[in-house]
Design a protein around this ligand. Structure first.
Ligand SMILES: Nc1ncnc2c1ncn2[C@@H]1O[C@H](COP(=O)(O)OP(=O)(O)OP(=O)(O)O)[C@@H](O)[C@H]1O
Length: 548
């Protein structure tokens, strides 16, 4: 999809001219003009103003702080000495910190004064605090980029490691998210370690009222920079999402959501000019794992390179997935299935389409998720699937938040979706993909089949009070049967006792005979002897004859 950059004049129009090396790098990147947020924020930052910058996703906020930081450090009269840092950038996620590090690196790696611009990335996860301390001591970074927890540890726990007294700039990217994620304590600890004479910048596409506490604690007379987007459908109004982003919604029953997702992916693939790179957001890490397997096994999606990303994955895998996905050529059909861990700030080139399987509770998350497409003026699409009835009001809710949802999802408009048929499933036939898990499952199935089928627990034998009527009848019958047996035994013992007391031998023989008969009958019932054996042992010759 073609890029339509939102231009705001040439770099040369900035009141404080940029250094040649920076301009050269911008030319190399093909960035001839500034974006509005860069034109608004860079001069203020350079003029020693604190800034609170709110501009739509993909509008170029990163360079709005990267460029002034580099320029400020290069213009220092006294170069930074060992252990001294000049700037710190705090982000809510590791991926975002890595991305900002990459952007800085484009400008500093070949810079003739790179010793004053060395980068240190501190995000935890893949490295221990000890390793990060070693790295700091060895490389002596001037710009620290990281997540709040690890940066706090570096400043507080390791004595005299980081000297902050010369720090010039502090940036909190996705500042509202830093607070939402409960990092305010770490942020306060970090800010307390920094000199008051510094510049501070807060950046996000969605600033909230909660940010005011951070502004009070960390900023001095800040200037607010808000870059608005005109809502072309209603004159004079503004919106919080990029103009080049087309947002639609689909309404369906809850059990049809994934049918619709797959349908949409198939439809785009069938079109020569259709979207190729998708990000699909789901609510939880477990959903990512589950639906990742499902999508991978869908034959109609075989052409897609499918990846998953969530916060419970180990950092190495997260990082490898993220790098791989960002580096895929635009023409390769690809899907990233993820949670909100990948919703903020990530600049993944050529994402054409964002699908939200469920609407997020926080409308800010909606804006950031959609904003992974249509970056830097490119065209992009975003769709949210809403449950018929209970989620339909979300459309009005977003309108109030200045997020216009345009048409209903065109792919869904003419679809005649039928609900799923009920199918009897034999789960025993479904194998695990993992060999070891499958071996274990097979073993357990065999063991289960070999076991006599009786209730697992004794208590299962006792019918529950609330059991069905037929069960109650059976229980009554069993009780009656037991009582009859008991009565017969009592009767037998009584008569045997009477017989023992009696002098009449014949009567005694009769009872012994009866007992013998009963014992043999029992054996026959249990299948230990045949009817023929029984008759023979009881001396019934007629019967023997008959059998012969
Ligand atoms: N002056 C420019 N001209 C053309 N493209 C630019 C310019 N500045 C930045 N870009 C490109 O715009 C894209 C988005 O930039 P960036 O990631 O800084 O956006 P953002 O405003 O921080 O978005 P988000 O709110 O999602 O974090 C990037 O791919 C970047 O390379």
């Amino acid at each position: 999809m073609s890029a339509v950059p939102n231009q705001a004049g040439s770099w040369s129009t900035l009141p404080n001219p940029l250094s040649d090396e920076i301009l050269e790098q911008l030319t190399l990147m093909g960035f001839d003009t500034m974006t509005p947020v860069q034109a608004g924020a860079i001069p203020l930052f350079m003029k020693n103003k604190d800034v609170v910058v709110e501009a739509v996703t993909g509008s170029g906020k990163t360079l709005a702080f990267v460029i002034p930081i580099i320029e400020k450090l290069l213009r220092r009269e006294d170069p930074l000495k060992n252990h001294e840092i000049g700037a710190m950038i705090i982000t809510p996620t590791r991926e975002l910190a890595q991305q900002i590090n990459t952007v800085f690196n484009l400008f500093v790696q070949d810079h003739p004064r790179s010793d004053q611009l060395k980068l240190g990335l501190y995000i935890g996860g893949t490295t221990t605090l000890q390793q990060d301390i070693l790295h700091f001591n060895k490389t002596q970074p001037r710009i620290m980029i990281g997540t709040p927890g690890r940066l706090e540890e570096m400043l507080m726990k390791s004595n005299k490691l980081v000297n902050t007294k010369e720090l010039e700039v502090l940036v909190m990217d996705e500042a509202d998210r830093l607070l939402d994620m409960g990092f305010s304590q770490q942020l306060n600890h970090i800010i307390a370690q920094l000199p008051k004479q510094r510049r501070t910048g807060l950046f996000s596409a969605t600033m909230t009222d909660a940010i005011s506490s951070l502004v009070k604690a960390g900023l001095r007379n800040p200037v607010r920079v808000v870059v608005k987007v005109e809502d072309l459908s209603s004159k004079g109004n503004t919106q919080r999402t990029p103009a080049s982003l087309e947002i639609s919604y689909g309404i369906c029953d809850a059990d049809q959501k994934w049918t619709q997702v797959i349908r949409l992916l198939e439809t785009e693939l069938d079109q020569p000019e259709g979207a190729r790179k998708f990000i699909i957001y789901v609510a939880t890490c477990a959903c990512v794992d589950y639906f990742f397997k499902l999508l991978k096994r869908s034959p109609s999606l075989a052409a897609y390179d499918i990846h998953s990303l969530h916060g419970q994955m180990d950092t190495k895998r997260r990082s490898a997935t993220y790098t791989h996905f960002t580096q895929l050529p635009p023409a390769v059909p690809a899907i990233l299935l993820c949670t909100d861990v990948a919703s903020r700030g990530l600049d993944i080139p050529d994402v054409d389409y964002v699908i939200q399987v469920d609407p997020p509770q926080d409308p800010k998350a909606f804006t950031h998720r959609c904003g992974r497409a249509a970056r830097a003026g490119r065209k992009g699409k975003a769709t949210v699937l809403l449950c018929r009835g209970r989620e339909e009001a979300y459309v009005e809710f977003l309108k109030l938040r200045k997020i216009p949802l345009l048409p209903k999802m065109p792919e869904l408009k003419n679809s005649n979706v039928v609900t799923f048929d009920t199918v009897e499933m034999n789960w025993d036939t479904y194998a695990y993909g993992d060999k070891n898990k499958e071996l274990k499952r097979q073993r357990e199935l065999k063991e289960f089949a070999a076991k006599p089928k009786k209730p697992a627990f004794e208590k299962d034998l006792k019918p529950k009070k609330s059991s069905a009527w037929s069960n109650k009848t059976e229980a009554k019958e069993r009780k009656l049967d037991r009582r009859l047996k008991k009565d017969r035994k009592k009767d037998y013992l009584k008569r045997k006792q009477d017989n023992d007391d009696d002098d009449d031998d014949n009567d005694g023989d009769d009872w012994d005979e009866l007992a013998k008969e009963e014992r043999l009958a029992k054996k026959m019932r249990k299948g230990k002897i045949s009817r023929q054996d029984f008759d023979t042992m009881m001396g019934d010759d007629d019967a023997l004859d008959l059998v012969e």
